[in-house]
Design a protein. Structure first.
Length: 311
């Protein structure tokens, strides 16, 4: 039976490094085969997951020998951290390993939404020449509002500043004397930030306090041509309110990399169809070829250290 079960995709070199010293089951499809997954973890001392494997309830009960959960990423909402702690199971996210990927996604997506010209491909192919309709905006001189000011948001801020943006942020959990505020203006009130920002990027976990934090009232507080980017977690944005804001022209554009339901079914997805200046991606902002290598290497090291009783 396996020491380590890996239920979602991981860089092969990291898998091989673990397999050199431990019995490993690596099957990225296990996440979709719950009964097989529970059987696989019956004697496992380590479980490695991304964001889809639900490490809670039945799965934890099926893994009595489990000592560590390695998270290929940073969000922990798919892991019952409290239950793991009570069971003596270490939970190890790959902190910092995908910050660059997400920060680059935010900046590239903001530039795409502001510029607008890239939506003209079909019209140009059909022989139209929509130059006036394709005139967009520059990112330089715009205000970036960061909701949450942790590691990823700070990486995003540095790139935005280099492009000539003004950066403001709201995060009541970051001390007022934290040196990270040196080039970023601290906004005490969320709605004050929303009213000032041309680009709003979300960087908060999903909690009782952040669920639907961007709702109808939040959209009403934004500039009518503001653009919103959510790479945080589904449920932070009230999706029906976003759809309504785009339909009514109360928002300049939006990009969602995360959703309440992942993956969406056709009925849910249909609600997003034909909305203006909308980009949808499949929870991939933090996953590039390079970040996958980094995240996988950090996670493999975390798991190895836990199994070898290293700190």
């Amino acid at each position: 039976m396996a020491d380590i079960v890996i239920s979602e995709f991981m860089d092969q070199k990291a898998v091989d490094s673990l397999a050199a010293d431990f019995d490993v089951i690596y099957d990225p499809g296990l996440v979709d085969r719950s009964r097989e997954l529970m059987a696989a973890v019956a004697s496992a001392r380590a479980l490695v997951v991304r964001n889809r494997t639900q490490v809670r309830g039945e799965l934890l009960q099926a893994a009595p020998a489990l000592r560590v959960v390695g998270r290929l990423g940073v969000g922990l909402d798919n892991i019952d951290v409290v239950a793991c702690h009570k069971l003596g199971i270490r939970v190890c996210p790959a902190t910092g390993a995908n910050d660059t990927a997400v920060a680059e996604y935010v900046i590239a997506t903001a530039m795409t939404l502001l510029r607008g010209a890239y939506a003209a491909s079909d019209a140009v192919i059909r022989g139209h020449w929509p130059r006036q309709a394709s005139i967009g905006r520059e990112i330089a001189g715009k205000v970036l509002g960061l909701v949450g000011f942790g590691g990823i948001a700070r990486e995003t801020a540095q790139r935005a500043l280099a492009l000539g943006m003004e950066v403001i942020a709201h995060d009541p959990f970051v001390d007022i004397d934290d040196p990270a505020w040196a080039q970023v203006a601290r906004e005490n009130e969320l709605f004050e930030l929303l009213s000032k920002a041309d680009v709003i990027s979300l960087h908060v976990p999903i909690t009782e306090n952040t669920h639907n934090i961007i709702d109808t009232n939040a959209f009403a507080a934004m500039k009518p041509d503001a653009v919103l980017i959510n790479t945080a977690r589904g449920g932070v944005v009230e999706e029906s309110a976003l759809i309504d804001a785009l339909k009514k022209g109360h928002l300049g554009g939006a990009a969602l990399d995360v959703f309440v339901q992942e993956p969406m079914d056709a009925e849910t997805g249909a609600a997003f169809s034909s909305l203006p200046n909308l980009i949808l991606t499949p929870h991939i902002a933090g996953v590039t070829g390079e970040s996958n290598v980094r995240v996988s290497a950090v996670t493999a090291e975390n798991v190895r250290n836990a199994l070898e009783d290293k700190q």
